[in-house]
Design a protein around this ligand. Structure first.
Ligand code: AHR
Length: 502
């Protein structure tokens, strides 16, 4: 099979915001403890943070990082996580049936963020707490001084405000598993009230209201309509969350996960715009896709779950998915889907970052390494600059059990007019066929191929493990040729490819 497409700066979708390449760090499993923080580790710095992990996070290229949860946030008392460490309480974490020691809290995490060069996106607890506690946290974090809570921050060693701009109004409040789960109506009211109060303190905040935990939720669509009905004037973003896994050996559907993500985004945009139209509002609500990844959630539900009144481990090994080449190709396809909607998806967070459904793994007292999914993220984050471009794909289709007939190839291009560079990202969803692709790049003028990266393997289940940490990595393409304004390349079956031009 073959495919054709065109890269033309006139087909601009939207400017790519750095926030699209965000991450997510939750107090969950070995994410913080034995992940980013391990005081006894040979690479630990004076604050106990692993410098090998810091290096990898920098290389990954994550912008904003969402914190401290996730489901964790719905039972979180932020006051526990600040002040003298020896006085911080150990608490039950009901979301993950663990013990939270509070050794790492807001101050420590913010210091770690400075080391990795990322910004904080803070979530408030609207599950078991309310507006007042959210306002208290905002006062503590962002008010320069002169009040009880801002002075407490200064006394705790942080003179300057944290100046956190992005705030999530709770987490997955539509999910029955969520502590404090509410109806759309009840959540919409408390979210609007909290947002209004937060803006009275700091009008420049960017606020994210909870959308659905997935397009498969029974309340999907209606949840967005009702919640935005309450909050439209008070928030900037509505969230989307989506996780994908291969089910029942249906590789074809799994490879088409990006199609589901496309439809999800487009439905939420349509719903948000409908609410705006009914209100006669010229304001536009953007999407914060603040949890997305491949996650073998069935594995967690079946095996990993911790139970027992006397069993609340610290930093248990849970949600430690090991990602294959196939997973990474799907993952790269999800990034293509996000870029294809760069006009409305202006913030996103890969869930998560270290050890917990993560691109980076660590062993206590041992090494840190890159999972297969590390590569499509780091390469897309580095190469996708400027504007996202629609590529007008002409490509054969295949039939999937879950999504019907879908294109065999998905692709998006990017173009940075400021420095004359471009990039194209492609995924071949065929499990058997190579696909030759012709890309018309005449409109880019005089360009040459700067870099090529192909992620594929004869064994699509190959992965990087503690024992074999560099088994999988992208390789340069040996099929790329650029001649007379036409870029030609061949995409191997089950592959993700990036080509940088300039
Ligand atoms: O990322 C893991 C969990 O997935 C998060 O805590 C929750 O928000 C979602 O259900």
């Amino acid at each position: 099979p073959s495919a054709r497409m065109t890269i033309d700066p006139h087909f601009a979708i939207g400017r790519i915001r750095r926030r699209l390449f965000g991450g997510f760090v939750e107090h969950l499993g070995r994410h913080i403890y034995d992940g980013i923080y391990e005081p006894g580790h040979e690479t630990a710095d004076a604050e106990g943070f692993r410098q090998d992990v810091i290096e990898l996070v920098r290389e990954l290229g994550v912008s904003t990082i969402r914190y401290p949860g996730g489901n964790f946030v719905s039972g979180f008392r932020w006051e526990d996580s600040v002040g003298p460490r020896e006085q911080r309480p150990r608490r039950l974490d009901l979301a993950w049936h663990s013990t939270e020691t509070n050794e790492v809290g807001l101050h420590e995490f913010s210091s770690w963020l400075e080391k990795v060069g990322s910004d904080l996106m803070m979530a408030v607890n609207l599950g078991t707490r309310g507006t007042l506690e959210a306002l208290d946290l905002l006062e503590y974090a962002n008010v320069p001084g002169g009040t009880e809570l801002s002075e407490r921050r200064r006394a705790n060693g942080r003179e300057e405000p944290f100046a956190i701009e992005m705030w999530c109004l709770g987490n997955e409040m539509d999910g029955p598993w969520q502590l404090g789960h509410r109806s759309a109506d009840d959540y919409g009211k408390i979210a609007a009230q909290t947002a209004k109060g937060m803006r009275q303190i700091d009008p420049d905040l960017k606020l994210v209201v909870c959308g659905s935990s997935g397009a498969q939720m029974p309340t999907f669509g209606e949840w967005e309509r009702v919640v935005l009905g309450h909050t439209y004037d008070d928030v900037d973003y509505i969230s989307c969350h989506a996780y994908y896994q291969e089910k029942d050996g249906d590789t074809g559907s799994f490879l088409a996960s990006g199609v589901d993500m496309d439809r999800f985004i487009e439905s939420v945009v349509a719903t948000a715009d409908h609410v705006g139209a009914v209100r006669g509002s010229s304001k536009r609500i953007d999407i914060s896709f603040d949890e997305w990844n491949v996650w073998y959630i069935d594995r967690y539900e079946g095996v990993d779950k911790i139970t027992g009144i006397g069993n609340w481990p610290v930093a248990p090994r849970i949600l430690e998915d090991s990602y294959s080449v196939l997973d990474a190709v799907v993952f790269g396809g999800l990034m293509i889907s996000l870029l294809k909607h760069a006009d409305r998806v202006t913030s996103a967070s890969l869930a998560q970052l270290v050890n917990v459904i993560a691109p980076i793994m660590t062993e206590p007292g041992g090494p840190a390494w890159r999972q297969t999914t590390f590569y499509p993220f780091s390469l897309t984050s580095r190469l996708a600059q400027g504007e996202a471009l629609e590529v007008k794909l002409d490509v054969p289709t295949y039939e999937t059990a879950r999504y019907g007939e879908v294109p065999l190839v998905d692709a998006v291009a990017t173009h940075d007019a400021a420095n004359g560079t471009a990039a194209v990202f492609l995924v071949n969803r065929s499990t058997t066929e190579s696909i030759s692709v012709e890309v018309d790049v005449v409109s880019l003028g005089e360009v040459s191929v700067r870099e090529t990266h192909v992620l594929t393997d004869a064994d699509i289940h190959a992965r990087n493990t503690l024992e074999d940490r560099e088994r999988v990595a992208p390789a340069p393409s040996d099929t790329v040729a650029l001649d007379g304004g036409v870029l030609r390349l061949t995409l191997p079956p089950v592959s993700w490819t990036a080509v940088a031009l300039g």
